[in-house]
Design a protein around this ligand. Structure first.
Ligand SMILES: [Mg+2]
Ligand SMILES: [Zn+2]
Length: 191
């Protein structure tokens, strides 16, 4: 068996696509400026895995079938640009909202590391060689809890959350203005 490789874990909303509150219409998917170029560069070296909290399901704003439709659409948009995702993992839960099945203290909701660990198992990844990119404290927490390096992007909620994150115990390894800057840092960083 070959050596396990690292991956790049990416938050979805505010990191790859425009932050839309509880996105439920595939037509509202809008890739952030430079996202396509950044993903294209990263995928030459790393499998790309999206990890996304989708508590809109627990809250009843949309269902899992609608979410899968959105993800099919996103994957198609990216495939048209020759970007192939290794996986999309989502957490449909919320600890307090929603009904049985979705209302639970799960292991997948970021900042817990469950989605990254599941992907590492499914795709035979080395988390210590991996990176997590996101715009929220919960992304940085999940990445750290999984043992990856972490990058905050100042898109989405990133800029407004940056001070809070800097004060927390969860300072990211790097803060980048956007996904292209995060990709450049990863590719220079080389482990
Ligand atoms: Mg986000
Ligand atoms: Zn969950």
């Amino acid at each position: 068996m070959g050596e396990r490789q690292g991956a790049v874990f990416l938050d979805r909303d505010g990191t790859i696509i425009e932050e839309v509150n509880y996105l439920k219409d595939p037509a509202d998917i809008q890739l952030l400026p430079g996202a396509v170029e950044a993903l294209r560069l990263l995928q030459e070296r790393y499998p790309l895995v999206i990890i996304t909290n989708q508590a809109g399901i627990a809250r009843g704003y949309f269902d899992e079938q609608q979410l899968r439709e959105i993800h099919r659409h996103l994957e198609q948009l990216l495939a048209d640009m020759e970007i192939l995702l290794a996986g999309i993992y989502y957490c449909p839960h919320h600890p307090e909202a929603g009904s049985f099945r979705y209302r639970q203290n799960c292991h997948c909701r970021k900042p817990k590391p469950g989605m990254l660990k599941a992907a590492a198992r499914d795709l035979a990844l080395d988390l210590a060689k991996s990176y997590t990119i996101g715009d929220k404290l919960s992304d940085i927490g999940a990445g750290k809890n999984a043992g990856t390096k972490t990058i905050l992007v100042r898109t989405g909620y990133g800029r407004q959350h940056e001070a809070e994150i800097a004060r927390s115990q969860l300072a990211p390894d790097y803060a980048a203005d956007d996904l292209p800057a995060a990709a450049a840092w990863i590719l220079e960083h080389k482990h």
